[in-house]
Design a protein around this ligand. Structure first.
Ligand code: NAP
Length: 259
């Protein structure tokens, strides 16, 4: 299917690896020029070069912490005018409700709620002026059903989801579509950290920890970054103009809910 976005320009945050990279690759395959970001310059440059040579699109890189004000300024200045924004950042650490104080919440809110809101606030006016734009926020399955050990993530992502629910409806009439993608367990570096948590908490091997996690997923496997990227690219496509403020779950059936 032709996604109808060849020649558009996208910022994909936190995209040297994992889900962000999956989104960047799928957009590049659709002919979209990219601005890629991550903190570590080496992996970022390697990803950019791989995408340039596979898809022939223009790729700009900005090594910066997207969750800091300075980092966002640097990324936005280098990016210039954009048609598509994919927000993403690392997720907060697991723990127990009693582990977290005010500063931990502020850090999680900065990374997973206020950063995507700041990026949307900066970029929506340009998209509205040109009458076309797409925003996809990478959130989490925990928005639909809480993951008890990820209380910081549950809290911050619920706040972002509330902001998007209202804002998406305020900009939909201007040709701008905002939606959220909710990953369940995907085969990225982040999943190894979560498996390590299970292995340590339950005193089992890493192999056993993986088995325990997979047994909770009806598909019997983790999602892939290319499956995730394909859905992201579709939400950024010309065909997604009637999809507004949705929370799309990619979790292999793990969230046990009828709707
Ligand atoms: P990942 O494989 O660890 O990749 C994270 C990417 O983000 C890397 O490119 C990393 O590069 C970059 N990054 C991290 N913090 C950053 C920052 N402050 N500024 C700029 N770039 C940053 O992670 P992932 O699995 O793709 O997860 C992405 C998001 O989805 C996270 O918020 C995670 O909580 C959420 N999520 C993931 C899953 C899953 O199964 N994978 C499930 C639910 C939710 P640098 O380290 O070099 O900056």
């Amino acid at each position: 299917m032709d996604l109808g976005i060849k020649g558009r320009r996208a910022l994909v945050c936190a995209s040297s690896k994992g889900l962000g990279r999956g989104c960047a690759e799928a957009l590049a395959e659709a002919g979209v020029d990219l601005v890629l970001n991550a903190r570590g310059a080496e992996a970022l440059e390697a990803t950019a070069e791989a995408i340039r040579s596979a898809h022939g699109v223009d790729v700009t890189t900005v090594a910066a912490d997207i969750t800091s004000e300075d980092g966002r300024r640097e990324v936005l200045e280098a990016a210039g005018a954009l048609d598509i924004l994919v927000t993403n950042a690392g997720g907060p650490p697991p723990g127990l409700w009693s582990d977290w104080g005010h500063d931990d919440f502020i850090k999680a809110l900065e990374a997973n709620m206020l950063t995507p809101i700041a990026l949307m606030t900066a970029l929506l006016p340009g998209m509205i002026d040109q009458g076309w734009g797409r925003v996809v926020n990478i959130t989490s399955q925990s928005v639909k059903a809480p993951i008890p050990a990820l209380g910081l993530s549950n809290s911050a992502r619920a706040g972002l989801t509330g902001f998007v629910a209202g804002t998406a409806r305020q900009v939909a009439g201007k040709g701008v579509n905002i939606n959220n993608l909710l990953p369940g367990s995907h085969d990225t570096d982040r999943i190894f950290a979560l498996e390590k948590g299970v292995s340590e908490a339950q005193g089992v091997s890493m192999q056993e920890a993986r088995k325990i996690r997979l047994s909770a997923i009806p598909s019997g496997r983790y999602g892939t970054t290319s499956e995730f990227g394909a859905m992201c690219a579709f939400l950024c496509s010309q065909h997604a103009g009637f999809i507004v403020g949705q929370n799309i779950l990619l979790d292999g059936g793990q969230t046990n809910a009828t709707i």
